[in-house]
Design a protein around this ligand. Structure first.
Ligand code: ACO
Length: 334
C-alpha cells in the first residue's frame, strides 16, 4: 500500500541569466534617473537583460538542464514540469510545453502558472502536493522571465526595477525528517489594478491603438504595491513559520522575493530575523520576478551557506496581487 503522504524536497537547482549587464549608470543615459536614486530607493545596482533572440523558454531550458544534472536525473524521469512566468514566449502554447520538448522530458505533463512574482512559490506548492500525495515522483519547477521585453524603457517608474533570469528546482520524495514543512498561498484580487499589463489579452486585444498608448507594457502603482508587499511578506513569513511548528529563532535563512531592499529589510524586521540570515541579491539582478527566489537559493546552496537539516523560509509577493510563503527543512542530496 502506498503511503498517503510523502515529504517533498528540493534535490537539484539550476540558474540561467543573460550575459548582458545593464548598470544604473547605463540607465542614467536612457531615462531621467540617477544611480543614487535607484540604489537608495531599491538597493539595485545592476540587472541582466536578455538579447533580442532570447526568450523565457531559452533561459528556462538552461536552468532546468542544470537542475536535473545537479539532482542526478535524466529528463525522462520527470513526471511534471511547471513553468511560473509572467513573460511566456507566446500567449499560447504554454512555455512549459516548449521546455518539455527541448529537454526531451518525454514522460512529463507540462503547464504554465501565472501568479505574478509569487509564481515560483505557487508552483513549488503545487508540485509539493503531487509528491506528497504519491501521484508523482519527480516534478520540475521553473521560474523564468524576460521582463525586459514587456517594460516601457521610457517609464522611469518601472524600467529601473526589473531584470531577466531563470531558476529551476527539482522536487522529489525526501526522508520524513526533511523537506517542505508548510505552505501558504494568498491573494487580494482587488489590488490587481496596481500592477498589470493592460493590453494583449481578451479584455483589450492588441491593436494599433493599444500599442500607441503603451498598454502592452507593465504599469504599476509602486506605492500601493510597496504597502501590500511589506504587510504580505511579514505576515506570510510569520504564518509559515508557525504552521511549521517553528519560531523566528529557528529559521537559519529567510529568502524573500528580491524586489526592493527596503521591502526586504522591513519584512525581516517585522518577523524578527536579523539581516545576516536574509539572502539578498537584488543589488546584482534587480527584480527577476519568478526567478528571484530560486536564484538566491541556488547561490546560497552553491556557496554551501545552506546545510542539510537547516530551516529555510521563502516568502514572495507579486501581481494579482498575490503572496505566498513556504518553510522547508533543507535536504542535501548526496
Ligand atoms: N528615478 C528618479 N526618480 C524617480 C524614479 C526613477 N527611476 N522613479 C520614480 N521617481 C520619482 C517619482 O516620479 C516621484 O517623484 P515626485 O515626488 O516628483 O512625484 C519620486 O521619485 C518618489 O516616488 P515614490 O513612488 O514615492 O518613490 P518610492 O520611494 O515609493 O519608490 C518604488 C518607488 C521603488 C517603485 C517603490 O514604491 C517600490 O519598490 N514599490 C514596489 C514595487 C515592486 O516591488 N514591484 C514589483 C512587484 S512584483 C511583480 O509581480 C512584478
Amino acid at each position: 500500500m502506498p503511503k498517503s503522504t510523502y515529504r517533498a524536497g528540493i534535490t537539484g537547482l539550476g540558474v540561467a541569466v543573460p550575459d548582458k549587464v545593464l548598470t544604473n549608470l547605463d540607465l542614467q543615459q536612457m531615462v531621467d534617473t540617477s544611480d543614487e536614486w535607484i540604489r537608495t530607493r531599491t538597493g539595485i545596482k545592476e540587472r541582466r537583460i536578455a538579447g533580442p533572440d532570447q526568450a523565457a523558454s531559452d533561459l528556462a531550458v538552461d536552468a532546468a538542464g542544470e537542475a536535473l544534472k545537479n539532482a542526478g536525473l535524466r529528463p525522462e524521469s520527470v513526471d511534471l514540469i511547471i513553468v511560473a512566468t509572467n513573460t511566456p514566449d507566446m500567449l499560447m502554447p504554454a512555455t512549459a510545453c516548449m521546455v518539455q520538448d527541448r529537454l526531451g522530458a518525454a514522460n512529463a505533463g507540462a503547464f504554465d502558472l501565472l501568479a505574478g512574482c509569487t509564481g515560483f512559490l505557487y508552483a513549488l506548492s503545487v508540485g509539493h502536493q503531487y509528491i506528497a500525495s504519491g501521484t508523482f515522483e519527480t516534478v520540475l519547477i521553473i521560474g523564468a522571465e524576460t521582463l525586459s521585453k514587456i517594460i516601457n524603457w521610457k517609464d522611469r517608474n518601472t524600467c529601473v526595477l526589473f531584470g531577466d533570469g531563470a531558476g529551476a528546482a527539482v522536487l522529489e520524495r525526501v526522508p520524513d525528517n526533511r523537506g517542505i514543512l508548510s505552505t501558504r498561498l494568498g491573494s487580494d484580487g482587488s489590488g490587481g489594478k496596481h500592477l498589470k499589463v493592460p493590453a494583449g489579452g481578451s479584455r483589450l486585444p492588441a491593436s494599433e491603438a493599444t500599442i500607441q498608448e503603451n498598454l502592452h507594457y507593465v504599469t504599476m502603482n509602486g506605492r500601493e504595491v510597496f504597502r501590500f508587499a511589506v504587510r504580505a511578506m511579514g505576515e506570510g513569513a510569520m504564518e509559515v513559520i508557525s504552521m511549521a511548528g517553528l519560531t523566528p529563532e529557528d529559521i537559519n535563512f529567510f529568502i524573500p522575493h528580491q524586489a526592493n531592499i527596503r521591502i526586504i529589510e522591513t519584512a525581516a524586521r517585522r518577523v524578527g530575523i536579523n539581516m545576516n540570515r536574509v539572502l539578498v541579491n537584488v543589488d546584482r539582478f534587480g527584480n527577476t520576478s519568478t526567478a528571484s527566489i530560486p536564484i538566491a537559493l541556488y547561490e546560497a546552496v552553491k556557496q554551501k551557506k545552506i546545510k542539510d537539516g537547516q530551516n529555510i523560509i521563502m516568502v514572495g509577493f507579486g501581481a494579482g496581487l498575490t503572496w505566498a510563503g513556504l518553510a522547508v527543512k533543507w535536504y542535501q542530496k548526496q
